[in-house]
Design a protein around this ligand. Sequence first.
Ligand code: URA
Length: 205
Amino acid sequence: MELAKAQILKTIHEEVRRCERCPLHQGRTHAVPGDGPADAEIIFIGEAPGFHEDQQGVPFVGAAGKLLNKLLEQAGIDRRKVYITNVIKCRPPGNRDPQPDEVAACKDYLTRQVELIHPQVIVTLGRHSMARAFPGDKISLIHGQPRQINDLIYFPMYHPAAALHQPSLRGTLAEDFRKLRELLDGNLQAEEYQVQPDVEQLSLF
Ligand code: URA
């Protein structure tokens, strides 16, 4: 079963590497499908690959990735056991924000990754990732607060790159990772979240 899942995940990754669904493929060195095992219990979802990710084809290997590694280590989470991906899989020019048509073109990959892996917890890193699940919310108000929808827990956090630009967020992120540890240990309860009927939401992602 897990072998079959791993094989399907590999197939999704190969599709992403060949993808030409939006113009971003023209400027890429590598598409960045995602990294981690198909049986991961946690998925981290960032925004988009940056320079180093585009060079290597692996998510979160640049400066933001180094901070993410440190936060994971402090929380006692083994990076090799989590799955890490992004809302869009190719680097936007100059690291600009992903555009709605690019997010739409990439949506199906993220949905398939989330549905296949079916983790216990989805950690959204930054507002673009948060907005896939909670489009009406502000990250400054909901970060660090786990929300349960059916059997999935969503855990919104600031993006590590935001903490590189704004050092005061560093402590906030560390605190949110501490809460994630509590959640995983069963010492923090997620709030049951009612999906807003008027908001286009959650085909998972
Ligand atoms: N920032 C992201 O959102 N994703 C990466 O993979 C790297 C930096």
